[in-house]
Design a protein around this ligand. Structure first.
Ligand code: FAD
Length: 471
């Protein structure tokens, strides 16, 4: 008899685990409170935000086209239609996951699960009634929730989290984004393109803390133009909401003492959602940050329970969740699978996009690790010039001894697509020479990866940067 696996939470971790387990011949029950599998990513995260960012890009390009001799009138935004478009995107994808779940004969239960013991779960079904499911294994894919500011408790329809902002209540005149991380910058870019005067406030000295500064520079320069105000090293000290506005007080150089906005979007990060009822009846451990502790196979301290995705640790990204899903399922099958990626890509889908994978230059510095960095500036790329997007850079972080590619960083239009090549290079242990010798199609932005490798050898066709001779 094949193993029966219950997966709780149907985000990109949970549904990937359920589908793979079914593909491997296991009996699978998948539980989530939404009508179809999708989780935060498909319903309230990655997908709806990218649908809106796609529209934002069109708006930005149509405005920019004036410089190429093509002039459009000022766009009229029908916010109801735009919201419908975004909802259609979500419906299409989630009804698709619902269908492939049925094809695989996954027992999908719409409801809220709690743990009875290490092999039993109880579900309060959305349609009413309770169901108890006895299984051999449980995979917890419970995801994460937006972090709130404890010192600023505010319950007002004018103070949004990312879910509220994606609901597009209207196109406001002004909005403050609290938090200069990727979610705040992506959603802020959408509203700015729609015509809102967007300001962003970030506590640390720069946007996108954690990313290499030379990459962030390109986005920071753009945001300085498209946003109303960018306030770094600044703290929000208080907020007061009325029916029409939110009055915000700041502390920081260059920030006003007080300013008024139509809406405030709080996006200061996400916290793991490990608070499932009954977890205390098992041996599962939760660490100080709220993540469920697992081993390299994603098994918890309770041998029949696994945890994957946002609830199981950083980085909280969909593709990391789906990869862990496969590891956990293979571990259940008895394989020697482990979660040991050399590179997990991170992409900020703003304009320009920022993407990186593997070792960053900042991390190498922190570790005191000696690396060589080769940078190819996009003003030297034919493709970047042709599409009028020279605001970018491709960089390689290279081990000087072995010449292996340890990290790749990109800033520029389409960086999120280009980073995949960097991931493959790092995972395959490619050297700068391998990358240099792989013929890339011309004229494409992908050539910038090959030419960055050429820069490392001081031989880039389009950049004159001779290699320093060793004494
Ligand atoms: P989730 O997708 O969070 O799903 C967990 C599911 O479990 C939820 O549906 C929840 O309701 C359900 N659940 C929890 N407890 C129970 C219970 N007791 N019973 C039943 N169901 C339960 N990541 C990217 O990689 N790329 C992006 O571009 C990107 N953009 C994002 C944009 C936004 C605005 C946000 C908010 C997030 C974004 N993310 C992005 C992050 C991404 O959404 C998460 O990393 C990903 O969804 C994590 O997947 P998961 O499977 O761990 O859980």
């Amino acid at each position: 008899m094949s193993a029966h696996v219950a997966v709780i939470g149907a985000g990109p971790g949970g549904y990937a685990a359920a589908f793979y387990a079914a593909d491997l011949g296991m009996r699978v029950t998948l539980i989530d409170n939404e009508k179809n599998p999708g989780g935060v990513c498909l319903y309230r995260g990655c997908i709806p935000s990218k649908a809106l960012l796609h529209v934002a890009k069109l708006l930005d390009e149509s405005r920019h086209a004036k410089e190429w001799g093509i002039e459009f009138g000022e766009p009229k935004v029908d916010v109801d239609k735009l919201r419908d478009y975004k909802n259609r995107v979500v419906d299409k994808l989630t009804s698709g996951t619902g269908q492939v779940s049925k094809f695989r004969k996954v027992n999908y239960i719409q409801g809220w699960a709690s743990i009875v013991d290490a092999k039993t779960i109880a579900v309060k079904k959305a349609a009413g009634g309770d169901e108890t499911v006895s299984v051999d294994y449980i995979i917890l894919a419970l995801g994460s929730l937006p972090t709130r500011i404890p010192s600023l408790p505010i319950d007002s329809p004018r103070v949004l989290d990312s879910t509220g902002a994606l609901d597009l209540p209207e196109v406001p005149t002004s909005m403050l984004v609290i938090g200069g991380g990727y979610i705040g910058l992506e959603l802020g870019s959408v509203y700015a393109a729609l015509g809102t005067k967007v300001s962003v406030v970030e506590m640390t000295p720069g946007l996108l803390p954690g990313a290499d500064r030379d990459l962030v520079k390109f986005l920071a320069q753009r945001v300085e133009k498209t946003f109303d105000k960018v306030m770094v090293s600044t703290k929000v000290t208080s907020m007061k909401a009325t029916d029409q506005h939110v009055v915000v007080n700041f502390e920081g150089d260059g920030a006003p003492k007080e300013a008024t906005y139509d809406y405030v979007l709080v996006s200061i990060g996400r916290r793991p959602n490990a608070k499932i009822e009954g977890l205390e009846k098992t041996r599962v451990k939760v660490d100080a940050k709220g993540f469920i502790e697992t081993d390299a196979q994603r098994r918890t301290a309770e041998p029949t329970i696994f945890a994957i995705g946002d609830v199981a640790g950083e980085p909280m990204l969909a593709h990391k969740a789906s990869h862990e899903a496969r590891v956990a399922v293979e571990a259940i099958e008895g394989q020697k699978a482990e979660f040991e990626p050399a590179a997990i890509p991170a992409v900020v889908f703003t304009d320009p996009e920022i993407a990186w994978a593997g070792l960053t230059e900042a991390e190498a510095e922190r570790q005191g690790r000696k690396v060589e960095v080769a940078k190819f500036p996009w003003p030297a790329s034919g493709r970047a010039i042709a599409i009028d997007r020279v605001d970018g850079m491709t960089k390689l972080v290279i081990d000087p001894e072995t010449e292996r590619v340890l990290g790749v960083g990109l800033a520029g239009s389409g960086a999120g697509e280009l980073i995949a090549e960097g991931v493959v290079a790092i995972e395959m242990g490619m050297t700068a020479s391998d990358l240099k010798l792989s013929i890339h199609p011309h004229p494409t932005l992908s050539e910038t990866l090959m030419e960055a490798a050429e820069v490392f050898f001081g031989q880039a066709t389009h950049v004159y940067k001779p290699k320093k001779k060793a004494n």
